[in-house]
Design a protein around this ligand. Structure first.
Ligand code: NOJ
Length: 535
């Protein structure tokens, strides 16, 4: 007999979900202290329900010294007091579920905070101790151990900073990110056991899924070879041992119908797809789509490559335009280089925001029409641009570790504007928020956009509501002139995007469902505009 269709559909929610990333610090401030919190999110759940999202992914909300915005976790089972309490998180998960919204938590298995009890114990116990085996402690090289154990580069791309720090007792420890984020030793059974327990802890609290931070970095070559000799396999990226780890995680998740989304940055499509085999992760972020320049041929190639890559393993694609690490979409699409690359970020890049916004609106209709799950990052639905943060207010370690070359990621983490005429654009703070909002921030406020038929918020709300019309079927490309993308799905619903300077004719259709901008006088689709049509 099997399951009734509706139950099957519900269990497969993640295959076509719209998932909204909440960066709690900057979402809404419930207690007025300048930092967003769980009370703020709870108060805004009706907004998220009205937007129509299926799930919320919360960037880490655990106890943390916030040396890397919470990706330095001191206790995975406690909520940081600046955000609230565990009891509040439980309430939030339950209240969201009542509104039909599932919760995804963010687990950071590659490293912990240097304030985590395990690392503190390892420091106290000294060289050669069993406590140090939970991490990667090593003596240095050179006559006096004064050289780091390997030549590995920092994962904060381009920072040129070391990934080893030497202690007064002579040992060095590994940290692929900041020194306050020591890497765990995944060859140690206690590390594996602890993480499986953490997964259970959160699934028991009703979460529906887990986002896995730095998912391809956990396993390290125990011999710690240098990178300069180009060892194969790579000493710390995408090692085969990872698949055993994720198979064990999958067994834990399956007991709760929980799902995973991996943060897997890998250029090799076949290696990427291995993580999505049926007994491993359910999904992974599609960074090739996110990084793709605003160019019809390249976007089509990225879509085709994504679908081809996922098909053999039966996993749904994900479509992502931005997150808390990358330059906001309207800014990126308004620059000469519309792609994304950590290595080329710089201060003062000229930006045409009107152009970027027009393209971002079209990109929203494109990504919400594609088969798979879609991730939105808070503020994307408001069309927020990347902010230039005054250097004396920057907090992101990426800026400091690049010695001021990389502006860092704070520009996409600015507290959201909710009400134009309120202090701090209605973020909720009684005092200056943790990051300053630019002067024009109020013009993006939710209360300005809510009833404006032409706003970005209205476009997102309408598109999310209409998206089920596309069904769950694969896409078929339609013949189009150069620079135009058009595809049909399900019962004849078509998405067309014009990136060419010449206005595009619509294919035959019975109804214009939605468009990202005005049509021209002859009813054609202008450049950088997208539409959804019913045939
Ligand atoms: C990826 C996260 O998205 C980023 O914000 C963080 O800095 C690194 N992983 C390290 O945890």
């Amino acid at each position: 007999m099997g399951q009734p269709a509706y139950a099957r559909k519900d269990r497969d929610w993640w295959r076509s979900a719209v998932i909204y990333q909440v960066y709690v610090r900057s979402f809404a401030d419930g207690d007025g202290d300048g930092t967003g919190d769980l009370a703020g999110v709870r108060a805004r759940l009706p907004y998220l329900a009205e937007l129509g999202v299926d799930a919320l992914w919360f960037s880490p909300w655990y106890l943390s010294p916030m040396k890397d915005g919470g990706y330095d976790v001191a206790d995975y089972r406690a909520i940081d007091p600046v955000f609230g309490t565990l009891a509040e998180a439980e309430k939030l998960i339950a209240e969201a579920r009542e509104l039909g919204i599932r919760t995804i938590v963010d687990i950071v298995p590659n490293h912990v905070s240097d304030q985590h009890p395990w690392f503190r114990a390892a420091l106290a116990a000294g060289p050669g101790s069993p406590e140090r085996e939970l991490f990667h402690f090593r003596p240095g090289r050179g006559a006096h151990g004064e050289l780091p154990p390997t030549d590995w580069p920092s994962q904060f791309v381009g920072s040129g900073e070391p990934v080893w720090t030497r202690l007064a007792d002579g040992d060095w420890y590994l940290h692929l990110f900041t020194p306050e984020q020591p890497d765990l030793n995944w060859a140690h059974p206690a590390v594996r056991q602890e993480h499986e327990d953490i997964l259970r802890f959160w699934f028991e609290r009703g979460v529906a899924g887990v986002r896995i931070d730095s998912a391809a970095l956990l396993a390290k070559d125990p011999d710690l070879p240098d990178l300069s000799g180009h060892p194969e396999p790579h000493p710390f990226v995408d090692r085969d041992e990872l698949h055993g780890i994720y198979r064990a995680w999958r067994r834990v998740a399956d007991a709760y119908d929980g799902v995973f989304v991996g943060e897997v940055w890998l250029p090799d499509a076949e290696r990427f797809a291995r993580y999505l085999r049926p007994d491993e992760l359910h999904t992974a972020f599609n960074f090739s789509f996110l990084s793709c320049p605003w160019d019809a041929a390249r976007l089509r190639a990225a879509v085709d490559a994504t679908l081809a890559q996922h098909a053999p393993v039966g996993a749904p694609a994900t479509w992502v335009l931005c997150n808390h690490d990358v330059t906001r979409t309207v800014t990126r699409y308004g620059r000469a280089d519309t792609g994304f690359d950590f290595a080329t970020r710089a201060f003062g890049t000229p930006t045409d925001l009107a152009l970027g916004t027009r393209r971002a609106r079209a990109a929203a209709l494109l990504s919400l029409a594609l088969p798979g799950a879609v991730y939105l990052y808070q503020g994307e639905e408001l069309g927020l641009p990347e902010a230039e943060i005054p250097v004396d207010r920057i907090q992101d370690p990426m800026y400091f570790r690049s010695h001021g070359v990389d502006p860092g990621r704070d520009g996409c983490r600015v507290p959201l504007p909710w009400a134009a005429d309120m202090p701090y654009a209605g973020f909720g703070s009684q005092q200056e928020p943790w990051l300053p909002q630019p002067a024009h921030w109020a013009s993006y406020a939710v209360d300005r956009q809510r009833n404006d038929p032409d706003s970005m918020l209205t476009l997102y709300r309408q598109a999310i509501a209409a998206r089920p019309l596309f069904g769950v079927c694969p896409l078929t490309w339609l013949p189009t002139p150069e620079g135009v993308l058009a595809f049909t799905r399900a019962e004849g619903v078509t998405c067309i995007v014009n990136l060419a300077p010449t206005p595009a004719e619509f294919p035959r259709h019975s109804q214009l469902l939605l468009s990202s901008g005005l049509l021209d006088d002859e009813g054609r689709l202008p450049q950088d505009t997208a539409a959804w049509l019913r045939s």
